[in-house]
Design a protein around this ligand. Structure first.
Ligand SMILES: [Zn+2]
Length: 277
C-alpha cells in the first residue's frame, strides 16, 4: 500500500506531484493550501500588530482574496485526483471567519466547509482513525509554537500575550496526551515537534528567523508513545527523516518546491520511505 504525503502548496501544485498521486492508495495532506507573497511580506513586517489597519482595509482585502482563491484552486485540484485525501489544516488555511487578521472582515466560506462539500477530500481535525488497517492519529491545525511560550522568546515584551500562549500550550498538550495509545502507526500534523526540523531559516525578513517553532506536545507524545511515524509540514526549509527513539519523524518538504513523500507499507507492516525532491 502506498501513501502520498503532501502539503505546503501555497498556491502551487507542480505537475510531477499530481503524477505521483496516481501511484497512491490514499493521500495524507498536511495543509497550507493558499498563498500570497505580498500578504506574507506584510504579515512578517507587522507580526503581532494590526497589519490590516496599517495597510488599510481595501488593500488588506485584495491580498486576502488573492491568498484565499489560490487555496480554493488547490483544493479543487486535489479533489480531481480521485483518491481519498485526508486533510489536517495548516496555520495558513482559512479555518475560521472570526479572525480579523485572516479575513479583514470578508465573509468567506471557510476551507473545512469546502473540504466537507467535496467528493474526495476529508477534513480531519484531531483524533484517531483506522485507514486501510493503519492507525492514524491526526492532531492538526495551529498549535502554539515553541518560542511563543518561552519566557525569553518572541513575546517576552508582551506579558499578556505570553501568558495566553502558555495557557493555550498547556491545554493543547493535555489534549494530545489524551489520545495516548501505544498502537498508533502514524501521528499526522502540520507543525513539527519542538526541537526537530523546527528552527526557522527563512530566506528573507522574518522575525521568527533562528527561533524554534515546533510544538512541545508532539515531542512529548512521541517520547512517551513512540508511534512508528510522525509526519509534519509547515517548514519549507526542511525535508528529511530524524529518529526519536523508535519513531521515524518525517519533514514532508513543500509541494510548492516540488517536494512530497511516498510511504510504502507492506502486508507485514514494514515501512519504506521515499522522498520526492
Ligand atoms: Zn504552515
Amino acid at each position: 500500500m502506498k501513501i502520498l504525503v503532501i502539503g505546503d502548496f501555497h498556491g502551487k501544485f507542480p505537475k510531477k506531484l499530481k503524477e505521483k498521486a496516481k501511484e497512491a492508495d490514499f493521500i495524507l495532506c498536511t495543509g497550507d493550501f493558499g498563498g500570497s507573497k505580498k500578504l506574507l511580506k506584510i504579515i512578517f513586517k507587522y507580526l503581532g500588530e494590526k497589519w490590516w489597519e496599517i495597510v488599510g482595509l481595501k488593500k488588506a482585502r485584495e491580498y486576502i482574496l488573492e491568498d484565499y482563491n489560490s487555496g480554493v484552486k488547490i483544493l479543487k485540484q486535489l479533489d480531481k485526483l480521485n483518491k481519498p485525501i485526508y486533510i489536517v489544516a495548516g496555520n495558513w488555511d482559512f479555518i475560521t471567519k472570526s479572525k480579523l487578521e485572516r479575513t479583514a472582515g470578508l465573509n468567506l466560506v471557510n476551507y473545512p466547509t469546502i473540504i466537507r462539500n467535496s467528493k474526495n477530500l476529508k477534513y480531519w481535525k484531531r483524533g484517531i482513525r483506522k485507514v486501510y488497517g493503519i492507525n492514524i492519529l491526526a492532531f492538526g491545525n495551529q498549535v502554539t509554537a515553541g518560542d511563543y511560550v518561552d519566557k525569553k522568546g518572541f513575546y517576552k515584551n508582551k506579558p499578556k500575550k505570553l501568558l495566553k500562549h502558555i495557557k493555550d500550550n498547556k491545554k493543547e498538550i493535555e489534549q494530545i496526551m489524551k489520545h495516548g495509545r501505544k498502537d498508533v502507526d502514524i501521528l499526522f500534523a502540520h507543525y513539527p515537534p519542538y526541537g526537530y526540523f523546527d528552527v526557522v531559516r527563512y530566506k528573507g525578513e522574518n522575525p521568527m528567523n533562528g527561533k524554534h517553532v515546533g510544538f512541545k506536545g508532539y515531542t512529548k507524545y512521541i517520547k512517551k508513545y513512540q508511534p512508528r511515524l510522525f509526519i509534519s509540514g509547515h517548514m519549507h526549509e526542511y525535508q528529511g527523516l530524524k529518529k526519536l527513539g523508535k519513531t521515524d519523524m518525517i519533514a514532508t518538504g513543500a509541494a510548492l518546491n516540488g517536494q512530497a513523500v511516498i510511504i510504502e507499507i507492506d502486508d507485514k507492516k514494514k515501512i519504506k520511505i521515499k522522498f520526492i525532491k
